[in-house]
Design a protein around this ligand. Sequence first.
Ligand SMILES: [Zn+2]
Length: 379
Amino acid sequence: MFSAGHYQILSTLGRSGSKSRTELAAALGLSKATISALVRDLLDRQILCERQLVFGLGRPSVSLGIRPDAANFIGISLQADPAVLLLTDLHGQTRARVEIPRESDPERCIAALHAAIGSLRAEVGEPGGEISGIGIALPGFVSRDRRTCLASTALGWSDVDIGSRLTALTGLPTYVENDANALILGEQLFGIMRGCPDFSMIFVGDGIGSAHIVDGRLLRGYHGGAGEISHAPVTIEGYGARPCRCGNKGCLETVASLTAIRGAARRGGLPDDVDQLAVMAADGHPEALGLLHAAGSALGISTAQIIQMFDPSHVVVMLAPALHEGVYGRALRQECETHVLRRAGAQTTLYLRDAATDSFASGAASLAAHYFLFGEDET
Ligand SMILES: [Zn+2]
């Protein structure tokens, strides 16, 4: 559909938001005439739009941007039950949304997703609602070609070719990605970290996920699990290490996740509701304080390790609102600060943010948008 030159322009505008023809020529090392011809083609195909005049040295120039309605995508999150499906435009804005029960049987899951995709497409209608691709975010490992879920403990899946199956059913290119990786791609393309070349994200929910953009690209590793901290150990056998669902003991997830906090509260005779625990801790209840402090500190140590390993400019931690402001968030910041090696110059910025409901489905849609803008060669 697009040439290499088209993809160069789309990926540059996708990362930066807008540029003039002169800026594009300078950024890509191409002649002004070549850029003008490529831009003219993309304007004729209604992929780009001209926005406003940019005044600088010399003649005023026109700023170019990607039209939000140039393409639509479907993002599917299997991260939690219910599954969430979004239909978004090329700027990541949601145009339609549906929730369905998350089926653990692969056949039933694929059939239910196919039906839900049909209802989303019908809701938006055509013209203007044509879909350019589907993205799926799921908790687990994914094949390098992003078509197959290799293994997912949460779903109980192994070797489920969900991407190829949905492509066969819908006729649309379908890409599958680990949930944390989809989340960070969404943040890089549509979020506040847009265009940032080096940052990490950590998501604290029932489990813990992490992902990293290094030199502008998603760090995947051979099996797609690079920089995954949830099952890296933070406690040692004989010193309170608890068994983890992965089969090991003492993983970060056994201390710092919502599941771990609820479990520790039950064992200590406290209410197993995280909001309630946060209120008790804010009132000075010593056991609630101790429990949330230990959980936040463990995540702080793991965050410091991420900073030491990848040297990101920012680490974004997405948390339940109850954990964000209170002792968990404070312990996380303090422990991280204590264990990061002091360097000359700027330090890594730690952002704590509330987890939004549709973050994973939005990340899944951005995975499809990523391929639309950058082509299949760039991942
Ligand atoms: Zn584990």
